[in-house]
Design a protein around this ligand. Structure first.
Ligand code: GTP
Length: 223
């Protein structure tokens, strides 16, 4: 029995190593795309995540598409995120459509101080369903949560819309950094878990993960 147990333990260990190698080889780079109307803060969101800085000053709209890489650690594994920052302006829409199908995760932003950017989320989701992969991870983000006095979209409205489409939701601030890293880590963890999850493990729940991180940080703006 002891010998059997030993063999069993070894093979479980081996299996785990194989899973990690597979994960490393297959999903070493995760493609994340930032979407949403012009001026909702996509470029600032990316710069905050990449460099921990806020781009204050004149607003310069993105032309076409741009990308940055950042390596993060998910469950002790290094994962490279390749993040595509898209132009929100309508005239670049056909350029960005071409990139949708390669994205594994989409962070869809609106600006909590702009009703039109929130109203356009439904149209963005329609486009996503038309052009993106069926199993793409989508997260809805209400950005500029630091602008409390200019807010026109309540947190509950964002939450309600997200629930309607079955996607996770958070409010974020590219200015203060609130929830910026968490948004990327949550989608990376979801994608990693899809690959490496053991059959006897409970399914990873991105909503619960976000909630647990909220409780850990005791901070604001999570949903
Ligand atoms: N207060 C505040 N301002 C923000 C935040 N995020 C972005 N901004 C400001 O909003 C404006 C637009 O930000 P960008 O990041 O350039 O917007 P974008 O979504 O990339 O715009 P496009 O490139 O046209 O699609 C800039 O003036 C930023 O300084 C935020 O979280 N809080």
């Amino acid at each position: 029995v002891a010998k059997c147990m030993h063999t069993l333990t070894l093979s479980m260990e081996e299996l785990s190593i194989h899973c990690r190698i597979l994960w490393f080889l297959s999903l070493q780079t995760i493609l994340v795309m930032l979407l949403g109307d012009s001026a909702v803060g996509k470029t600032c969101f990316l710069v905050q995540f990449k460099d921990g800085a806020f781009l204050a000053g004149n607003f310069i709209a993105t032309v076409g598409i741009d990308f940055r890489n950042k390596v993060v650690t998910v469950d002790n594994l290094k994962v490279k995120l390749q993040i595509w920052d898209t132009a929100g302006q309508e005239r670049f829409r056909s350029v960005t459509h071409a990139y949708y199908r390669d994205a594994q995760a989409l962070l869809l932003l609106y600006d909590i101080t702009s009703k039109s950017s929130f109203d356009n989320i439904r149209a963005w989701l329609t486009e996503i369903h038309e052009y993106a992969q069926k199993d793409v991870v989508i997260m809805l983000l209400g950005n500029k949560s630091d602008m409390v006095h200019e807010r026109v979209i309540k947190q509950e409205e964002g939450q309600k819309l997200a629930r309607e489409y079955g996607v996770p939701f958070m409010e974020t601030s590219a200015k203060t950094g609130v929830n910026v890293e968490l948004a990327f880590l949550a989608v990376a963890k979801e994608l990693k878990q899809r690959v490496s999850q053991q059959p006897n493990e409970p399914k990873f729940q991105i909503h619960e993960y976000i909630e647990s991180q909220k409780q850990k940080s005791g901070c604001c703006g999570f949903m």
